[in-house]
Design a protein around this ligand. Structure first.
Ligand code: MZP
Length: 501
């Protein structure tokens, strides 16, 4: 007979938070939302600390470079989806890493003898519309001029037109000498109303660009998550098949953190992947594993060397794994058990391995619950898929705007590696779907929504009398709710007026 666990497997919806004593110092502006992202030893700091405890799902319909930039600016991290070619995934990582840095190396360069056709091709390939013109077409060649979208008309000008005939030449540009500080560079940008300031060395070679948009962006995003070189932090999903080629390429592209993307992480394939990455590619390469739903799964990945562990099987909004295979566990129960295992491991070894609650968040208060139950940070798909910054189409369906959102286990994603059963499973096709193709209500800009969500979480934390996530984990009181008390929690026994009136 199988081992029967009699404890009921529960979801977030079955819990509520009991308010604690709110002291006068408990105001939302004093609440700290920072969270450790990767393994660290007692007394040390983790290599990455999130400024808000949110990461976006490793999914085609959620995390591309656009989402990654938007989320890093708010203090979280996106994991660029891995169900694409290594080249395409690395291109997305580069787009994020090159996005801003104060001083940015020019990533799109061309020679004066090239043509408009070459410029358009370069723009498509790199995604950059500001192109440096250098004698040899390299990022550090002798600087000749600049091309922006204002220098040509794509549909009107001859594609054979030479770059030297339509670029803005160096003599008409304001530029600065290498060695200038960022503040001085920004002053020049502002005083002369420039969008781009080229920085040249004593031999007139291009060294950097300073962009006006980066200055604006930093001022607007005090929580921005950046690396030591002031570049946005970005993650990427990997699988347990092509890691020997994919991981070095992603590291080369500048990725900050990796995560193995799998519906079931308690496997020898994950162990092998983590061990290979740490042994062959570098101990410093940060890699999370998952997903697991119990203590055994957590400890297995921790022993393999995982830098964080993701929790959750079958709870995702687009997931039908539980219906198809009968595997999974209520997200709240899974999280509580794994959080206990993490704390016990920390106590025993002095090593803290953060856990990430993945999937199943519907209401904003579910996030507070998950954090109180012990999650260090949360991975969300549906939440982010609703925003302008997700890579999918916005459509008008039945009079309402929606965004497309499909699971990695759906036929549409064709992400066989996430679900296959290792190297002997050579079917190279999905035998049955574990995810659906869906729509989610369109919700506007990521920043606006995150501001509201964080406002709610901070307000709840103040009600609990805590001002950090660590305190929330150790001091919050949670209670199970009956189905009738759930009804009591919404508006009831009144006729709700149309919200618009
Ligand atoms: P949610 O935030 O939409 O509820 O859940 C997102 C999570 O569901 C992802 O981070 C991933 O772990 C999981 N996922 C993605 N695709 C599928 C699927 O097709 C899936 N079954 O379960």
């Amino acid at each position: 007979m199988a081992i029967i666990i009699n404890e009921v497997s529960r979801t977030f919806n079955e819990y509520l938070i009991i308010p604690g004593l709110t002291r006068k110092q408990h105001t939302p502006d004093k609440v700290n939302m920072q969270a450790p992202m990767v393994r660290f030893k007692k007394g040390e700091d983790p290599a990455i600390t999130l400024n808000i405890p949110f990461v976006s799902s490793i999914m085609q319909s959620v995390s591309d470079s656009g989402m990654a930039k938007a989320l890093a600016k708010e203090g979280g991290v996106s994991f660029i989806f891995g169900s694409q070619s290594i080249k395409d995934q690395c291109r997305m990582v580069r787009q994020v890493k090159n996005y801003k840095a104060g001083f940015v190396e020019s990533r799109a360069n061309i020679t004066p003898e090239s043509t408009l056709k070459d410029v358009i091709a370069l723009k498509q390939k790199t995604g950059f519309s500001t192109i440096g013109v250098t004698e040899d077409g390299t990022a550090t060649g002798v600087f000749c001029g600049l091309i922006t979208g204002r220098d040509y008309r794509e549909n009107r000008d001859s594609l054979d037109k030479k770059v030297k005939d339509f670029m803005t030449p160096i003599n008409d540009l304001i530029y600065a000498k290498n060695g200038i500080t960022l503040t001085e560079a920004n002053d020049i940008v502002w005083d002369h109303k420039l969008n781009t300031l080229p920085i040249l060395d004593e031999n007139q070679r291009l060294v950097y660009f300073v962009f006006r948009k980066d200055y604006d962006s930093h001022k607007l995003n005090p929580n921005e998550l950046s690396d030591v070189n002031k570049r946005l932090v970005v993650g990427a999903g990997i699988n347990s098949r092509d890691y020997a080629e994919r991981v070095p390429a992603l590291v080369e592209a500048g990725v900050d953190v990796l995560c193995i993307d799998s519906s079931d992480g308690h496997s020898e394939w994950q162990k092998g992947t983590i061990e290979y990455v740490k042994r062959e590619i570098g101990k410093h390469v940060l890699v999370g594993g998952g997903n697991v739903v119990d203590k055994e799964g957590f400890l297995y990945l921790v022993e393999a060397g995982a830098d964080f562990v993701k929790v959750g099987v079958g709870g995702g909004s687009i997931c039908i794994t539980r219906e198809q295979k009968g595997i999974g566990r209520g997200q709240a129960t899974a999280l509580i058990e794994v959080a206990e295992a993490r704390d016990a491991y920390f106590k025993a070894t002095g090593e803290y391995i953060p856990i990430c609650s993945d999937g199943g968040i519907v209401q904003d208060y579910h996030m507070t619950l998950a954090l109180a139950m012990g999650a260090d940070f949360l991975m969300m798909g549906r939440y982010f898929a609703r925003f302008d910054e997700s890579p999918t189409r916005k459509l008008l369906i039945g009079g309402n705007y929606v965004k497309e959102y499909w699971g990695e286990g759906s036929n549409r994603a064709r992400n066989w590696q996430r679900y296959d059963m290792g190297e002997n499973d050579n079917s190279n096709s999905l035998k049955f779907e574990e995810g659906v193709d869906s729509y989610v209500p369109y919700a506007g800009k990521l920043k606006d929504n995150i501001d509201v969500t964080l406002g709610k979480i901070k307000s709840t934390m103040c009600s609990c009398g805590v001002s950090s996530l660590k305190q929330l984990q150790s001091e919050a009181k949670l209670t199970l709710v009956s189905s009738t008390s759930i009804i009591e929690g919404g508006a009831h026994d009144v006729m709700v007026k149309d919200a618009k009136n």
